[in-house]
Ligand binder design. Structure first.
Ligand code: GLC
Length: 448
């Protein structure tokens, strides 16, 4: 009987290399995606003429909160007068982020570089009068931060684009295919300029929902982009031709099945500068969301929205600095890790070292009692507080000598070692982690 139970129990133990890359993905893609998988944190920047009035980016004229000419009047007020790309890169570095994504052109069609395809750009049509992309990407590269270019594939200002405002369209593609062809050439030419001039590491598409993959020629666009940079990573908004998924604002409750995914999220409730929006997330909220994301094998792309002059609201600076302090202290548990163990083993987020011999437990806020791990079927070598070094003594509870079902691991955390936001414990295992996934007890695993 005992042997029989043991066999069943062994069958219900898993060796974890993390969930990452469960699907069979070609090695070339895995290699290309590696920096992204290790990066965990990116900073998203929505900068455009909408910052002049502090209104919704592009959507304000689309939704007719303002007239189109009224919206475009903001061109006159966009100065970039205090734009300091080095300082931007410095702040991003300080946050701990490993990549940044800047809006090269939003749905309003106003390009932040001197595109030859249209006068609607900050060099020719605003007092800023300069290319805003080049100095930023240069500064990022100097700081060893990967460069991402957000690009709206739809352009509500281009007269060859069908869509305009929520209740008006210019034409139907089926009726004027040649006009649509012109639009395709236009947006592809802009993408070519971006690739040639800035050679980004990541292209972050947006606005693909207005047309199908075939209409966009998404396949042709992807291969054109890769011909400039075969290592280019493309987000999931190129109608099925992207490399990773991009849930927006609300993070998934259960773990996404994608090999790579990235939650993009605002710091208040708006992407661009919106002085009337004071719904700032607190550092604890951002850090706990970030922990949940990486525990589930994803990245966080956290958005900030500069003012028209290129300075940031101080709340956003504060958030990035607090996040950065926490990241610095806990770097080994955050960057270059794998998503953690399945829910149910530990009441909180977890990550794993790449070799799966270290399990990191994230404990939000001040914890009054010991934390507990269920079903850990690996020998523990040591437990320590990350960023602090204090060793803690685990206690194994309920281990029955003859049963292979592991006992519960209780770890007390003294108040003086706790972090003000989230404390992390490193549980160093003798070998790559094994988990007991059964139902416990005698024969309880029969219907696994
Ligand atoms: C949405 C919005 C857009 C914003 C983007 C960021 O798609 O259309 O305004 O830039 O989300 O993810």
């Amino acid at each position: 009987m005992r042997n029989h139970i043991q066999l069943l129990i062994i069958a219900s133990c898993l060796t974890f290399a993390g969930y990452a890359q469960q699907k069979t993905v070609p090695d070339s893609i895995k290699n290309k995606m590696q920096w992204f998988a290790d990066a965990k944190l990116g900073i998203f920047i929505h900068w455009g003429i909408y910052a002049v009035n502090g209104i919704d980016e592009s959507w304000s004229f689309y939704n007719k909160k303002i007239s189109y000419p009224g919206y475009m009047d903001q061109l006159k007020g966009f100065t970039a007068a205090k734009y300091d790309p080095q300082a931007w890169a410095g702040l991003i570095k300080e946050s701990g982020a490993r990549y940044a994504v800047l809006t090269t052109k939003h749905h309003d069609g106003v390009a932040l570089w001197n595109t030859r395809q249209s006068k609607l750009n900050v060099v020719q049509s605003t007092p800023a009068k300069k290319d805003l992309l080049k100095p930023f990407y240069d500064a990022l590269r100097k700081s060893d931060i990967k460069c991402g270019a957000y690009f709206s594939i739809l352009d509500w200002s281009n007269t060859n684009y069908p869509g305009f405002t929520k209740d008006s369209t210019r034409y139907k593609i089926a009726e004027q295919p040649e006009r649509w062809k012109k639009y395709q050439l236009f947006y592809k030419a802009q993408l070519q300029e971006i690739m040639k001039n800035y050679n980004p590491d990541l292209l972050w598409f947006d606005g693909d929902w207005e047309h199908s993959a075939k209409e966009w020629d998404a396949a042709g666009t992807k291969s054109m982009l890769l011909s400039y940079n075969p290592k280019l990573i493309v987000n999931g908004r190129l109608t099925g031709y992207g490399d990773y998924e991009t849930p927006e604002q609300n993070f998934p409750v259960t773990r996404p099945v994608y090999s790579w995914w990235e939650l993009c999220m605002t710091t208040n409730n708006n992407w661009g500068y919106h002085p009337d929006d004071t719904t700032w997330k607190t550092p604890f909220e951002v850090i706990s969301i970030f922990a949940d994301v990486i525990s589930n094998g994803g990245n966080l792309l956290l958005d900030i929205g500069p003012k028209e002059d290129g300075t940031f609201p101080q709340e956003q600076v504060h958030l990035l600095k607090e996040l950065g302090k926490w990241n610095k202290k806990h770097a080994e548990a955050v960057f270059g890790t794998l998503g953690g163990i399945p829910q149910g083993h530990f009441y909180g987020p977890t990550t794993l070292s790449k070799d799966s011999t270290a399990l990191y437990l994230f404990i939000p806020g001040k914890s009054s009692g010991p934390v507990v791990i269920k079903g850990l079927n690996s020998k523990i070598n040591s437990v320590e507080v990350v960023g602090n070094g204090t060793k803690l003594q685990p206690k194994i509870v309920g281990k029955i000598s003859w049963s292979p079902v592991p006992g519960l691991v209780y770890i007390p955390i003294p108040p003086n070692v706790q972090d003000e936001y989230i404390t992390i414990l490193k549980v160093q295992l003798e070998k790559p982690i094994k988990l007991y996934r059964g139902k416990g007890g005698l024969g309880g695993d029969l219907n696994q």
